[in-house]
Design a binder for this molecule. Structure first.
Ligand SMILES: NC(=O)c1ccc[n+]([C@@H]2O[C@H](COP(=O)([O-])OP(=O)(O)OC[C@H]3O[C@@H](n4cnc5c(N)ncnc54)[C@H](OP(=O)(O)O)[C@@H]3O)[C@@H](O)[C@H]2O)c1
Length: 242
């Protein structure tokens, strides 16, 4: 299925996976909205990459845990570009910390960005997605959506919750023509891993571009065979699962 002239909102577009998704979609002729994020340098770097490919890219910077930003940001997006066909909930944060050292504030912070923000943003964008004839939502979950890992209690809880939300929404909006998927990667070599595990090298890691290819695959394949979730990992090689 051709994605040309579609519009995609991507959160965390300045980050490793988000930036790779923006590039891949731009190559398919998709108009890119980088929604949320505070690192102007990284957001601008992604915009430059998209524009080098001849694509269109708009930045709406802000904190996704701020309800006012989500509310007014979505309105601004619609005013500027008219509509949205694709929403990629990708922004997130991880923490590698033992349970006894993870206070409620940290738990709340992680739940807010990893679960509440996608939930609320999807609620605000859904009315516009329903106007599209090929609307899709992709949530970037994780292999930790399925299993428990030590020292990641808050992160694991958040990604289980994100997957639960994804499944429920997928069932609820399927008849309305909106496809909802989760991609659940193992370790991807981005700043998230570089910061939390500086001892690791790219060897054995998934590259962000591989996740971006899967995003394109999901968006292009909207037949009768519905894909709920794609779990991605490197057998035998995975040194660290997030
Ligand atoms: N890397 C992995 O191994 C891995 C594996 C499985 C799943 N994932 C998931 O993949 C997604 C992308 O992660 P990544 O690996 O690409 O990490 P990354 O490079 O650190 O990117 C994370 C992005 O999230 C944004 N973000 C964080 N908090 C935000 C907030 N409050 N408001 C707006 N934006 C916010 C960051 O923007 P700013 O820097 O501008 O704040 C950044 O662009 C995450 O959901 C992560 O959980 C990653």
């Amino acid at each position: 299925m051709c994605l040309k002239n579609r519009t995609a909102m991507i959160t965390g577009g300045g980050g490793g996976i988000g930036s790779a998704i923006a590039e891949s979609l731009a190559k398919e002729g998709v108009k890119i909205i980088l929604f949320g994020g505070n690192n102007a340098e990284k957001l601008n770097a992604t915009k430059e990459k998209v524009e080098k490919l001849g694509g269109k890219c708009f930045i709406f910077a802000g904190n996704l845990t701020d309800d006012n930003f989500i509310e007014s940001g979505v309105e601004s997006v619609i005013k500027s570009v008219g509509g949205v066909d694709i929403l990629i909930n990708n922004a997130g944060m991880a923490i590698n910390q033992s349970f006894d050292k993870t206070p409620a504030e940290t738990f709340d912070k992680i739940m807010n960005i990893n679960v509440r923000a996608p939930y609320l943003l999807t609620q605000k964008v859904l009315p516009y997605l329903l106007k599209s004839d090929r609307a899709s939502i992709i949530n970037i979950a994780s292999v930790v959506s399925h299993a428990g890992y030590p020292n990641q209690s808050a992160y694991v809880a958040s990604k289980h919750a994100l997957l639960g939300f994804t499944k429920s929404l997928a069932a609820e909006v399927y008849e309305k023509g909106v496809r909802v998927h989760a991609i659940s990667p193992g370790g991807v070599y981005t700043d998230m891993v570089k910061v939390s595990r500086p001892d690791l090298t790219p060897d054995g890691m998934i590259m962000p571009e591989e996740i971006a290819d899967i995003v394109c695959f999901l968006l292009k394949n909207r037949g009768n065979a519905v894909i709920d979730e794609i779990i991605v990992h490197r057998l035998n090689k995975q040194p660290f699962l997030v």
